[in-house]
Design a protein around this ligand. Structure first.
Ligand code: ADP
Length: 290
């Protein structure tokens, strides 16, 4: 078997066009575009690139850009004060603190200050709690992008055997909870898992999010499985995923490439979350005015 490729760029493009259309409707209705406040602290090269990509995508979707770049030596209190100002600013629908922040700052504490209704990264304790409970809230972008890709390719999740490799707060845990919410049977593997290939080979849907280049090969994949590779590892030959694409593509039914798979979905989902946040604030405003 040779797997069909899941085209993340094409799916992301459709999502972005849809968001742009809904942004235009919101502007018509309220006279105000949604706004995204990105906060970049310091000059980590990867973070600089990611934030630039997010701002560009926002502008293309008609979302207002409220970027702030802070120096590496800024104090925790000053970043906290900026977040509080953004929380109170009616022009800001969503707030994104780019992680990691420089040593000396506590990124988790700072993220926790973001108002839940503006938490477009879905990483505050309140958003995480809502995800665990299954109540409405903003969900983290990469995990929700994984689900959107599976949906775009009509991959059945209800009752499916799904295995997630990795238990990070950013990807592994939230994607597991989203799969659970879709009634999948979910197994989470991590560095202490005893027999990784035996567990992974059970999966109808295998999600790789361990951050280890080519951790998963053909022996980890059941013939006909759907393989989603969240890994983004910088190697000599460029970006490589957590999945050994060439050998796994011979066994799987559907597979995401790296780059061009999950990556483009993350930004598309950030735009969608910003639009959702703006909609929530609009209805909250309408309620308090009533
Ligand atoms: P992410 O980009 O998904 O947030 P991280 O690098 O932060 O990735 O986290 C890596 C995750 O992968 C950790 O939760 C860790 O437990 C898991 N992991 C690390 N090594 C292995 C391994 N050999 N097998 C399975 N899981 C692993």
């Amino acid at each position: 078997m040779t797997a069909a490729i899941i085209d993340g760029r094409a799916v992301a493009e459709r999502v972005r066009e849809q968001v742009a259309g809904e942004v235009a409707q919101l502007v018509e209705r309220t006279g105000r575009p949604p706004g995204l406040a990105t906060i970049l602290v310091g000059d980590d090269p990867a973070s600089v690139v990611y934030v630039a990509m997010k701002r560009k995508a926002c502008a293309e979707a008609g979302i207002a850009d409220h970027h702030q770049h802070l120096p590496t030596d800024v104090s925790q209190a000053d970043v906290a004060a900026l977040i509080e100002r953004r929380n109170a600013d009616p022009e800001v629908s969503g707030i994104l603190l780019q992680l990691p922040v420089p040593a000396g700052l506590n990124g988790q504490d700072l993220t926790g200050l973001i108002a839940p209704g503006k938490d477009v990264d879905g990483l505050t304790p309140i958003s995480v709690g809502r995800l665990v409970r299954g109540t409405p809230g903003l969900r983290p972008c990469t995990p929700v992008g994984v689900i959107a890709l599976l949906d775009a390719y009509d991959v059945p999740l209800e009752g499916a055997e799904t295995v997630v490799v990795g238990r990070s707060d950013l990807v592994g845990k939230p994607v597991s909870l989203l799969l659970l919410a879709r009634h999948a049977t979910v197994t989470i593997c991590h560095s202490r898992t005893r027999d990784l290939s035996a567990v992974c080979s059970r999966a109808d849907v295998l999600v790789a999010a361990a951050g280890i280049p080519r951790l998963l090969g053909a022996e980890h994949v059941k013939p006909g499985a759907v393989v989603i590779d969240v890994g983004v590892n910088r190697a000599e030959q460029g970006l490589v995923g957590d999945v050994d694409f060439a050998t796994v593509a011979e066994r799987a039914r559907l597979i995401t490439p790296v780059p061009g798979g999950v990556g483009p979905m993350t930004i598309a989902m950030l735009l969608r979350n910003t639009l959702l946040a703006a909609g929530l604030q609009e209805s909250a405003g309408a309620q308090s005015a009533a």
